[in-house]
Design a binder for this molecule. Sequence first.
Ligand SMILES: Nc1nc2c(ncn2[C@@H]2O[C@H](COP(=O)(O)OP(=O)(O)OP(=O)(O)O)[C@@H](O)[C@H]2O)c(=O)[nH]1
Length: 201
Amino acid sequence: MEDYKFLFKVVLVGNAGVGKTCLVRRFTQGLFPPGQGATIGVDFMIKTVEIENEKVKLQIWDTAGQERFRSITHSYYRSAHALILVYDISCQPTFDCLPDWLKEIEEYASSKVLRVLVGNKIDRDDREIPTHVGEDFAQRHNMYYLETSAKESDNVENLFVKIATELMEQAKSKELPRYDEINSQNINRRTTSIDVTCCGN
Ligand SMILES: Nc1nc2c(ncn2[C@@H]2O[C@H](COP(=O)(O)OP(=O)(O)OP(=O)(O)O)[C@@H](O)[C@H]2O)c(=O)[nH]1
C-alpha cells in the first residue's frame, strides 16, 4: 500500500516556452533537461513530499502552452486543487497573456482552486517584467506570487512545498477524511472520495 496521507492535483498552465516542463522536471527529477521539446497535450508526474511529518503526494499535470492543444488542456483544470500560472520574466508577451489565462481558469477550474502566479527564468539578465509588476498583478487577482529559475533551481522546491503546505492546511481545516481512513473502507473509491472532499466544497 502506498504511504501517504494527502493527494493533491497541481496543474501548470501558461504560454508555450515559459518553462513549465522544466519547472516540473527540476522539482520531480532534480534536473534541467537540455533541448526540451514542446509539450504535446498533457504530461504527468508524481512526487511525494513530507510536510510537518505528513506525506503529501502531488500529482503534477504539465499542460502544453500551444493554442492548438487548448481543448485537451481545459479538461484538466476541473479537478485541480492548485493551478500554477507561469510566465517568463524576460518575455513581455507571456505576461500580457495573463488576463486571458485567468479567464480560462475562471471558466474551467473550480472557484476554490489555489492559484499561484510564477515568474520563471530569473537567472536571465534580460528581464522585461520587474518583480513588483508581477507582485501587483498577483495581489490584484488574489494569487500567491513567486519568482523561480528552473535552470538554477531557484525557488522551485519552495514553490511546490508552499502549495502542498497550503493545500494540506486547507484540507485539515475542513477535517477531511484522510487517505488511510478512506483506503481502509474501499480502495477503489480512494481518488473519487478525495476529489469530492478536497475541491467539491
Ligand atoms: N534561462 C532559463 N531558461 C529556461 C528556464 N526554464 C526553462 N527554460 C528554457 O525555456 C525553454 C522552454 O522550456 P519548457 O519547459 O519546454 O517550456 P514549456 O512552458 O513547458 O513549453 P510548452 O511545453 O510548449 O508549453 C527551453 O529552452 C528551456 O531550456 C529557466 O529557468 N531559465
